[in-house]
Design a protein around this ligand. Structure first.
Ligand code: PGA
Length: 237
């Protein structure tokens, strides 16, 4: 399987101009760019090779006169050309998103034939207890997240240890490889690694991490670094 690159821009960049510039830097085959909702249309318009992703979605369909202030539907995202949706990112879990909500979102997205990038990952306390504890923790998140849709295609699991996200301290590709093996055996899905992936360490993950790709936050916002990443990704894909 060809490798996947996901750029999760989070609540960045600040302007539309910057978003378009970044989109050009991330526009290579195998790339999925997930900008904030307001930039989806303009970013989508410049992509020639990459796919368009969203960072979240709501699970209900719009009903005439219906409620859900602040939410965005699958239908709306589809119309903008979104093909992939990140669901269950740890930053959203930290703001109160539960396994139950995540499960509803995954089910709704699959029903609309969207590809789901389902994020799981342990915190430092769990990691300190060792690989067995990590596997048990991930197993819980995975089981609850895909309840009722286990084994369905269009699910990609992103393994993102919490302590590695945005910290500058990535996992060791050897450890990622163990977890990726566990997740793949359990889920029969592609597995990505996310957490402080940079131009310096991406090749380690793509060659020794036993993963089908990477999910990148911070580095995907640095156009110059993205150019270096793109060259390596194309070579190792
Ligand atoms: P990071 O973010 O690359 O900045 O660590 C990854 C993520 O949050 O998905």
């Amino acid at each position: 399987m060809k490798k996947i690159f996901v750029a999760n821009w989070k609540m960045n960049p600040r302007t539309e101009g910057e978003a378009v510039r970044l989109a050009h830097a991330g526009d290579f085959p195998g790339s999925i760019i997930a900008p904030p909702f307001p930039f989806l249309e303009n970013v989508g318009a410049v992509l020639k090779h990459a796919s368009l992703g969203a960072q979240d979605v709501f699970f209900e369909n719009p009903i005439p006169g219906g409620a859900y202030t602040g939410e965005v539907s699958l239908e709306m995202l589809k119309k903008l050309g979104v093909s992939h949706i990140i669901i269950g990112h740890s930053e959203r879990r930290a703001m109160g998103e539960t396994d139950e909500i995540i499960n509803k979102k995954i089910k709704a997205a699959l029903k609309e034939k969207m590809k789901v990038i389902f994020c799981v990952g342990e915190n430092r306390t769990v990691r300190r207890r060792g690989q067995k504890a990590v596997a048990a923790f991930l197993n819980g998140q995975l089981t609850r997240g895909v309840q009722g849709v286990m084994g369905r295609k269009n699910i990609i699991v992103a393994y993102e240890p919490l302590w590695a996200i945005g910290s500058g301290k990535s996992d060791r590709p050897e450890d990622t490889a163990d977890m990726a093996r566990f997740i793949r055996a359990r889920m029969k899905t592609p597995v990505l690694y996310g957490g402080s992936v940079t131009a310096k360490n991406i090749s380690g993950f793509l060659t020794h991490g036993n993963v089908d790709g990477v999910l990148v936050g911070g580095a995907s916002l640095r156009p110059r670094e993205m150019k270096v990443i793109a060259v390596q990704f194309k070579r190792l894909r």
